[in-house]
Design a protein around this ligand. Structure first.
Ligand code: PMP
Length: 429
């Protein structure tokens, strides 16, 4: 993508960053240093994040919002400061951040709340109620997490599901924006594809959705650790985030929603912590975000996520973006020089991030992954939870290499070298 800054890291800066990630000291299967090119699946964690989790348990652990003792107070402070930290990272208000266990749950929260509204839970926001004659629009490029909840919501309410289609190279085809029809109530789409790395034309999609009064839901799983993110500039109504893709712990994510919309949404998960009063017959609910945070929350993970965001901001999102752009271009160029390897996605570096899925002629992706692993290069293989997108490319699965802020040029060289050996190994060159 086009970066705010073209400054990539100096060698010393990158060495310092890499030293913060203890897992990079591990050797791979060949006994060589590990090349980790699977950050799109889950990112590795810097020592600062590991320490934040460990210090929370060692010094502060207590139940949040529930106690009067010192540790409960400290835990509650850390928990709420982390909420403010996530909000600041995306340019939002703290009260608009809802903790979830991952991005998948955040998407299910929106769809599940709409289902409750459609079944009669009180709301004054008509867009939250779906029925026959209404439409939800997604894209063919979605991760299943941003497709299946909408499919199910449509099946339960009688609404219809439509989708923006794709150019041959996987970019969203703006000619299909007319599928956002006047009866569309929700448009849900990914900021960046976890397969093709393609960056979605957010402004055009949001404009089309707004022109028919539809709510917009943005999946930032593949953008939030790779480019500066400003939620008000993107002008969407909801965004979902995933800590484990952002150098933070697993087990926590967030939903951001406009305050006035969250206020109209019925709860999704119910139980303790989200109520104002309970009788044997009925319950009244808290205002957001508490209304959507039933039960105990992953406090240590939330604190760790906050430390990850400190880390990202210290390094600088614009510099991370420039660094990854350079590596992405290098990866594409390296792959282009290997006969029999087809990139699934745009080949123009300015249209994508450094997440590169590819198919190797005559070799199953699992075999590609195994050969690379034998060279101590870790990539992802499979359908990456995006089967419809793979069907678009006429394949069932693919191999995928993804760079991150810790990736070096040597990593890319070793990846390209190992990939160059694959077809030879299977005698299909
Ligand atoms: N959307 C996209 C684009 C993703 O890449 C992923 C993770 N692979 C998800 C959603 C699901 O994220 P989580 O693991 O936080 O549920």
């Amino acid at each position: 993508m086009s970066s705010l800054s073209n400054t990539t890291f100096t060698g010393v800066e990158l060495d310092n960053i890499r030293r913060d990630f203890p897992i990079l000291r591990r050797l791979g299967r060949s006994g060589e240093p590990l090349v980790y090119l699977d950050s799109a699946a889950t990112s590795q964690k810097p020592q600062q994040v590991i320490d934040a989790v460990s210090q929370f348990y060692s010094l502060h652990n207590g139940a949040v919002n529930r106690g009067t003792h010192l540790l409960a107070d400290e835990s509650t402070d850390a928990y709420e400061q982390a909420r403010a930290r996530v909000a600041q990272f995306i340019g939002a208000k703290s009260a608009e951040i809802v903790w979830t266990k991952n991005a998948t749950e955040a998407l299910n929260l929106v769809a599940g709340s709409m289902l409750q509204a459609s079944l009669g839970a009180p709301t004054e926001l008509d867009n939250l109620r779906l029925g026959e004659g209404d439409r939800i629009v997604v894209t063919r490029a979605e991760h299943h997490a941003n497709l299946v909840p909408w499919q199910i919501l449509c099946a339960r309410t009688g609404a219809e599901l439509a989708w923006l289609d794709l150019h041959e190279d996987g970019r969203i085809d703006l000619e299909t924006l007319n599928r956002i029809t006047p009866n569309t109530k929700v448009v849900a789409f990914t900021h960046v594809s976890n397969v093709t790395g393609a960056i979605s034309p957010v402004a055009q999609i949001v404009a089309a959705a707004q022109s028919v009064g539809a709510l917009t839901v943005l999946d930032t799983c593949q953008s939030s650790a790779h480019m500066p993110l400003n939620i008000s500039a993107l002008d969407v109504d909801f965004a979902v985030l995933s800590s484990h893709k952002m150098y933070g712990p697993t087990g926590v994510g967030a939903l951001w929603g406009r305050g006035e919309i969250l206020a109209q949404m019925p709860p999704f998960l119910t139980g303790g912590s989200m109520v104002t009063d309970v009788s044997m017959e009925e319950t009244t609910f808290q205002t957001p975000p508490s209304r959507f945070e039933a039960g105990s929350q992953p406090v240590a993970q939330i604190v760790g996520w906050s430390a990850a965001l400190d880390y990202l901001d210290k390094v600088g999102m614009d510099r991370i973006c420039a660094h990854e752009d350079a590596l992405g271009a290098m990866m594409l160029e390296g792959i282009a020089n290997i006969p029999g390897v087809r990139v699934l996605g745009p080949t123009e570096p300015s249209e994508r991030v450094a997440v590169v899925a590819f198919a190797v002629d005559g070799v199953h992706p699992h075999d590609v992954g195994q050969i690379l692993d034998a060279h101590s290069v870790a990539i992802r293989v499979g359908h990456h939870c995006a089967i419809p997108l793979h069907r678009h490319f006429g394949v069932r699965s693919s191999a995928r290499a993804s760079a991150s802020m810790v990736t070096s040029e040597t990593d890319i060289d070793r990846f390209v070298f190992a990939l160059g050996k694959v077809r030879d190994f299977f005698g299909v060159a």
